[in-house]
Design a protein around this ligand. Structure first.
Ligand code: EPS
Length: 393
């Protein structure tokens, strides 16, 4: 089974990911992994940290001569900022330290919307420092590195996963994007807000500028599109094999994501069945089924249906505000303004890249459940056999 774990704190030594279950023989390019990490760091509205870090993956296990060997893969990504935090977050108790509490950079005024308060209560910490260190979206660097390997695997079977931004605050794209537009967007050197439409993007930028001006933050909606997905990944037979549910979990597990939409779920909920379902047609010459639209987002009955998989994530505005909200001081229990730590104003394009990684991981899992294989050749044989079956259906 393809599974992964991450470790690492925002200002710790490094981020770590391990993943198991990828077959042997998948070509891995460090440049491609690092390009994904670069994409995650981009976007108008990022904070000062992105000027410090240039995220680079170091693969220390499971890949040899640019190919997976079937063994667990281990990835490290150094935090350059660690050198500024080594005295604040040491692994070992320093000798004779009763010490200067300020050195520990305690966060005693929890930010509304952040993990700070719930985490401090749950772990019984006097302040939220260790909670925010792990809750931080910096952890998604490790997810994106894992996602890059999932993408490399899926790419062997003609599956590509991309994303774009469809809303920043109230500024919306207001139309669907063509696949070619997403490909062109993914090749750009300047990401700005990751929107395929220049006019909509300019409106999005105004919203971010307004948030900068007012010490606020702004959220939005990203859409992940997986293209070239075969029909039949996931299943209708059990609740936990339904792929739409698994994708939803993967997306909502992302920091600051509060909602998920598969296809045009929201519109569908306000419409009639006759307007929502994607009609079925048959092309006799090509001998395959076609659909009148893709409002289902490529998923019916918890299975892929061969159309593009469309998954949207709704990102709330980042909870660290330069103009902080009301909170309570954990030490005195007196009213106090929430803590401010250097943060981002808008991260919707980066969230799209992280969403791509999560969708690629879930699709790779479902793909390997269906086709299995310890080597890429074995997976390919199984996949080709199924493709033949689908062609002859
Ligand atoms: C970061 C995401 C955000 C940044 C962080 C780097 O993390 P959080 O979810 O904790 O707000 O603010 O940068 C810092 C913690 C910092 O010190 O600037 C990321 O995606 O890499």
């Amino acid at each position: 089974m393809f599974r992964f774990e991450t470790a690492g704190e925002s200002h710790g030594e490094c981020l770590v990911a391990t993943l198991t279950g990828l077959p042997a023989g998948i070509p891995v390019s460090l440049e491609a992994v690092n390009h994904e990490l670069w994409r995650r760091q981009q976007g108008y509205g990022r904070g000062g940290r992105m000027k410090i870090e240039t995220d680079r993956a170091e693969i220390v296990a499971g890949v040899r001569y640019s190919k997976t060997i079937g063994a667990p893969i281990a990835i490290l990504i150094q935090n350059k900022d660690w050198k500024n935090w080594s005295e604040t977050l040491p692994v070992e108790q320093p000798e004779g330290e009763g010490g200067d509490p300020a050195k520990h950079k305690p966060v005693s005024r929890p930010r509304p919307g952040h993990a700070d308060l719930a985490g401090s209560i749950k772990y019984n910490f006097p302040d939220a420092r260790y909670i925010l260190e792990r809750a931080s979206a910096r952890e998604t660097t490790a997810r994106v590195a894992v996602g890059a390997l999932a993408k490399a695997f899926l790419g062997e079977f003609g599956v590509t996963v991309l994303s774009h931004v469809i809303a920043v605050g109230e500024a919306c794209l207001g139309r669907s994007a063509e696949w070619d537009e997403l490909v062109a967007l993914s090749k750009k050197d300047e990401v700005l807000l990751g929107c395929v439409d220049a006019e909509a993007q300019a409106r999005m930028k105004e919203v971010v500028d307004q948030a900068y001006r007012t010490g606020d933050t702004v959220g939005g909606v990203f859409e992940v599109v997986a293209h070239g997905v075969p029909p039949g990944l996931g299943s209708h037979v059990t609740w936990d094999s339904r792929l739409d549910g698994r994708l939803a979990q993967a997306i909502v597990s992302m920091q600051a994501v509060k909602g998920v939409e598969i296809g045009f779920a929201n519109e569908g909920a306000h419409s009639f069945g006759s307007k929502v379902q994607d009609t079925i047609h048959y092309d006799r010459e090509e001998r395959h089924f076609t659909r009148g639209a893709n409002r289902a987002g490529g998923l019916e009955g918890g299975m892929t249906n061969g159309e593009d998989v469309l998954v949207r994530g709704m990102l709330k505005p980042i909870s660290t505000l330069r103009r902080p909200l009301e909170s309570v001081d954990l030490t005195t229990r007196e009213p106090a303004l929430a803590a401010y730590e250097r943060s981002d104003v808008c991260v919707v394009p980066a969230a799209g890249v992280i969403g791509e990684a999560m969708v690629a991981i879930v699709l790779a899992q479902a793909f390997l459940e269906k086709f299995g294989g310890d080597s890429l050749e074995e997976t390919r044989r199984n996949f080709e056999g199924y493709r033949e079956q689908v062609r002859n259906f």
